[in-house]
Design a protein around this ligand. Structure first.
Ligand SMILES: NC(=O)C1=CN([C@@H]2O[C@H](COP(=O)(O)OP(=O)(O)OC[C@H]3O[C@@H](n4cnc5c(N)ncnc54)[C@H](OP(=O)(O)O)[C@@H]3O)[C@@H](O)[C@H]2O)C=CC1
Ligand SMILES: O=C(O)CCC(=O)C(=O)O
Length: 526
């Protein structure tokens, strides 16, 4: 059921002020109207979250894992209504949204397994050395504790996997932090269905009521009030650079500054190495255009920059990519605002004196549609104007023609921080790639070979992060199990009586954790 309510703890409430979502394919307003949460609602949700924090933090790993699994099952139980509403509100096709739902529930279940396994606690014990000379060593025991209530901003481009029950929420709940979500205003109905699923899991699992709240709204003031609330201790965000930086500023100016984990903008360079380009330029062009146009290009991992040494092989790639793009169908974008900013970015490139338009996709047939755009320029021109390296969110990409490999290195080294860099390479390219690799790794969170950057695997070894402006904190990730560490902090306990020690670091090890004792991981060879 969708009725436009805010879900605050275990209650639901309607606000007087309302807003509506729209079908981006037709522009039609969708029923019902949604509550616009106010600063008072933020304060109430945050007070409940703060009240819930100690009890939720104290939940044992098994109960917390069962809770995460219950959320996944409750989302599945919403059934096709969830997919239909998300299709209406986002313009994304059924298959994509079904895949995204699987990613969302799989992510929750993966975090449940992480919580049970217990490595995230990083339980570490340095036993006392009472006889050590000249000074005895105290008994020291360290473990990770949740940071407290976390604010999560739903993303426009992933109504499920990066929204109400997305990676930020899953990792914060796994860490033991209550979550207050500010839903994305483009898909409030989808958000409400998922929020109701989480709320029902909270009740079913007997977690404290304030463990989760959902605040719909469409004003910057709502997000600002949430990040500014003194009870919020960290923030997860995926969206624009402007939005992310605004939240970083608000968080830094609080009486108690807090971390904001914002994933913002990236153009994801693809480097076509000479042997690969010569051997399989046409196949590369087709794979590239598929990745570029998937989901109307609305991925932060979209390949927005191609870098290669100029010559016949690159000419062949450009021609093949141009032909493939010219056959690509227009696709509905998520919202009129996102469409307008795509159009503006493409127009800037198309009108730029140093940029040539290689191809455009098939013309629009409806509202808010992206028509793919492919451009090329030289390395010298790219290096001369930083604007050519700005993200155009959607299916737009720039090919940079270099004089030689040294030029390729210069272009890569000039880039801002990125989520990904892709190397298309064959065996004969290995020596050159070895020189390029440290330059790439310095700029990005993930280097991949012979694939395409879109479609991030949710896994233990994944890094979906990178230096600024890809994110506001390049030391971590928003996808994969490492994301849980954003919402934890280490605490050391020195010489505590055994009766006071938390289970994770108690002498009896009741949770059976593999702990690090005197520097050696239990169970590992000495
Ligand atoms: N690289 C990436 O991963 C992505 C980039 N984008 C980029 O973002 C553009 C706009 O898309 P959108 O997804 O709406 O992203 P925004 O960054 O505009 O908005 C995301 C969320 O942040 C909130 N927000 C934005 N600015 C502020 C602010 N100054 N103070 C408080 N809250 C704020 C919004 O609230 P409200 O709208 O209610 O004010 C919304 O809930 C796209 O055109 C694209 O360029 C979008 C998605 C992903
Ligand atoms: O490519 C993906 O699967 C994830 C992309 C992403 O994180 C984003 O677009 O915000």
């Amino acid at each position: 059921m969708i009725n436009g309510a805010m879900l605050i703890g275990d209650t639901e409430r309607q606000a007087a002020s309302r807003f509506q979502s729209h079908d981006p394919a037709t522009g039609a307003a969708l029923e019902p109207g949604f509550s616009s949460a106010t600063a008072e609602d933020v304060a109430e949700a945050c007070a409940l979250a703060a009240a819930a924090a100690p009890g939720y933090a104290a939940s044992d790993p098994e109960s917390r894992a069962v809770f995460l699994e219950a959320i996944a099952s409750a989302i599945e139980a919403v059934g096709d209504d969830l997919i239909l509403r998300a299709m209406q509100e986002s313009g994304l096709p059924r298959a994509r949204l079904e895949g995204e739902r699987g990613r969302t529930t799989g992510q929750l279940r993966l975090f449940a397994s992480v919580v049970r396994q217990g490595d995230w606690l990083d339980a570490t014990i340095d036993p006392a050395m009472p006889d050590r000379a000249p000074l005895p060593r105290p008994d020291l025991r360290r473990m990770n504790l949740p940071v407290g209530p976390v604010a999560v901003f739903g993303a426009s481009n992933f109504p499920l996997a990066f929204s109400v029950a997305g990676g930020d929420t899953a990792s914060a709940l796994a860490a033991g932090c209550p979550v207050v979500v500010k839903g994305h205003p483009a898909h409030p109905g989808t958000g409400e269905l998922v929020a109701r699923a989480i709320q029902s899991a909270v009740t079913q699992c007997g977690m404290p009521a304030g463990t989760f709240s959902y605040l719909p709204g469409e004003t910057n003031a709502l997000g600002a009030a949430l990040v500014g609330d003194p009870r919020i201790k960290a923030v997860g965000f995926t969206g624009s650079r402007g939005g992310g930086l605004a939240l970083v500023r608000i968080a830094a100016e609080r009486a108690e500054p807090i971390p904001v984990y914002a994933e913002m903008s990236s153009i994801n360079p693809v480097i076509l190495m000479p042997a690969a380009l010569a051997a399989r330029g046409t196949a590369l062009a087709e794979g590239f255009v598929q990745s570029l146009t998937m989901g109307a290009g609305q991925f932060c991992t979209n390949p927005g920059l191609v870098i290669a040494v100029g010559g016949e092989a690159l000419d062949g790639f450009v021609a093949a990519a141009g032909e493939a793009l010219a056959r690509s169908a227009p696709a509905t974008m998520l919202s009129p605002g996102i469409h307008a900013s795509f159009e503006q970015g493409v127009a800037l490139l198309a009108q730029h004196d140093s940029v040539e338009t290689v191809a455009r996709g098939l013309p629009c047939t409806g509202e808010n549609q992206a028509v793919g755009a492919l451009f090329q320029t030289s390395a010298a021109q790219f290096l001369a104007d930083a604007a050519l390296g700005h993200e155009v969110f959607g299916s737009s990409s720039v090919i940079v023609r270099c004089a030689d490999l040294a030029d390729v290195v210069r272009v890569v080294a000039s880039l801002e921080g990125q989520l990904t860099a892709t190397l298309q390479l064959d065996q004969a390219d290995i020596a050159d790639a070895r020189r390029l690799l440290p330059v790439l790794a310095d700029r990005v969170g993930r280097v991949l070979a012979n694939g395409w950057p879109t479609g991030v695997e949710v896994a233990h070894a994944m890094v979906h992060g990178g230096p600024f402006p890809a994110t506001s904190d390049g030391r971590t990730t928003s996808v994969g199990t490492l994301a849980i560490h954003r919402f934890l902090r280490p605490v050391a306990f020195q010489n505590l009586p055994p009766e006071l020690l938390p289970n994770a670091i108690a002498e009896t090890n009741p949770w059976g954790l593999a702990r690090r004792i005197d520097g050696i991981r239990e169970g590992s060879p000495r």
